[in-house]
Ligand binder design. Structure first.
Ligand code: AMP
Length: 427
């Protein structure tokens, strides 16, 4: 099977590693890819926004399946364009990707199909939004309605913060993503990410993870794309997983079908697990980054066959097979991230880290310059370890990281702390 994988981050390197192990793969291209993905297949210098060129490439090369990593091309309708040309694609159509690209769309779906989530209201002007906030009081959550690269959410602990957030979003801080604002009830509990594979009709539980969004140790400082993660999320017990499938994922698939936009691909539910069980915070319409880096090392079957089954509407009945181990990843970021990451510093010693047992190093923002590997983004590397416990996975990931010689980088030193505390409580 010939596969084209779209994207260039750590998520795509993790996907490329898993796909490259498939017994049915004959050729893998990654577009545009990164220096890490080049070792799993062939990087193709295609622009993900140039749909016509991507379709032409697939036709010329006889690509059997296109796998779309990031949300941008999904929201822009790349899957629609590929399928119109008869090319199978893993990922939702533009209409189905609204589950991520429009918070208002998702909240309305939750209301209509009885999916547990926070109470909310949608607004297209500041005055009524402020009235609603004053009536509800703080804490309260204010969200830009569109795609804002994970930055359009303000969890306001005071009334003034919430009112300022309304002015900021309608003032254009997030561009077109802020044309609509969703104001939402503040949910309490423990957050977890849950992933289900979907073929338009059915969903199959895939795996769970938890990430660390804040830049600093102890979950302090500004939000980032994610500084580390681990899988599974201990809070996702069998009971909570079953409830998530029954109360959130399955009604969503039924609702999307009823709306004429069946969802195919991977549905990534951001959950708050509280006293009354799981509630939906948000959906994403693709794999997470860095969650993918910790879920895929646990997969104990062929990923490519599963992705193709989603694309063809033929998901198997059998549960996904996962190793009972924990994977933990630490993000190695460029100094100055998230505000102003420094580019161009040299990274050495990756081979030493990679050579360690059960350790995987994936590239995100790296670049090759002659023979030198340089930092070329905010989140630059992910160091992932698979082990029998969270504490062992953490120890192994940090031991591997210590082999890397990169004075221009920094990382959090406490990835997994909550899961490790839980593990120690039990023993
Ligand atoms: P989102 O981009 O919607 O996942 O939101 C980013 C982060 O804001 C989430 O990971 C939560 O930590 C927080 N958040 C979003 N919505 C809520 C809510 N209704 N209640 C509490 N925290 C929330």
């Amino acid at each position: 099977m010939k596969v084209l994988l779209i994207g260039s981050g750590g998520r795509e390197h993790a996907l490329a590693l898993a796909i490259s192990k498939s017994p049915v793969l004959t050729k893998l291209w990654i577009a545009p890819g990164n220096p890490g993905t080049a070792a799993c297949g062939e990087n193709a210098p295609l622009d993900p926004a140039d749909h016509r060129n991507i379709v032409a490439f697939c036709q010329r090369m006889g690509v059997d399946l296109a796998v779309i990593g990031p949300e941008g091309p999904l929201a822009a309708g790349l899957v629609d364009d590929l399928e119109r040309a008869g090319i199978a694609a893993f990922g939702p159509s533009k209409a189905a990707a609204q589950l991520e690209s429009s918070k208002g769309f998702t909240k309305d779906l939750c209301r209509d199909f009885n999916i547990p989530t926070g109470a909310y209201e949608r607004f297209s002007a500041p005055a009524p939004a402020k009235d609603y906030i004053r009536a509800k009081g703080a804490p309260i959550v204010v969200k830009a309605g569109g795609l804002a690269a994970g930055k359009g959410v303000i969890v306001a602990m005071t009334l003034n913060e919430a009112l300022d957030a309304i002015d900021m979003i309608f003032g254009g801080a997030f561009g077109a993503a802020g044309a609509e604002v969703v104001v939402e009830e503040f949910l309490e509990g423990e957050e977890a990410s849950f992933f289900a594979l979907c073929d338009g009709e059915r969903a199959l539980a895939f795996a769970s993870a938890q990430d660390h969004k804040r830049v600093g140790d102890g979950d302090t400082g500004p939000n980032t794309g994610g500084m580390g993660a681990y899988s599974p999320a201990p809070v996702m017990s069998e009971e909570i997983t079953a409830r998530t499938m029954r109360e959130i994922i399955e009604p969503t698939l039924a609702g999307m079908k009823a709306r004429g936009a069946p969802f195919k691909g991977v549905l990534f539910a951001g959950l708050m697990i509280g006293k009354h069980g799981p509630k939906l915070i948000e959906f994403n319409a693709r794999f997470g980054d860095p969650e993918t880096q910790v879920m895929l090392p646990r997969l104990d079957q062929d990923l490519l066959a599963l992705l193709m089954a989603c694309a063809k509407g033929q998901l198997p009945e059998a549960p996904v097979r996962l190793k009972a181990q924990t994977a933990l990843t630490v993000v190695y970021a460029a100094r100055g991230y998230p505000d102003n990451p420094e580019r161009g510093s040299e990274i050495k010693g990756l081979e030493l880290a990679q050579a360690m047992a059960s350790v995987t190093v994936t590239h995100a923002g790296t670049k090759l310059d002659g023979g030198r590997l340089l930092a070329h983004g905010g989140r630059v590397l992910n160091i992932t370890a698979l082990a029998d416990s969270v504490s062992q996975a953490q120890a192994n990931a940090y031991a591997a990281l210590a082999q890397i010689d990169w004075p221009g980088g920094f990382f959090r030193r406490d990835i997994g702390w909550r899961a490790i505390a839980r593990e120690q409580d039990k023993s």
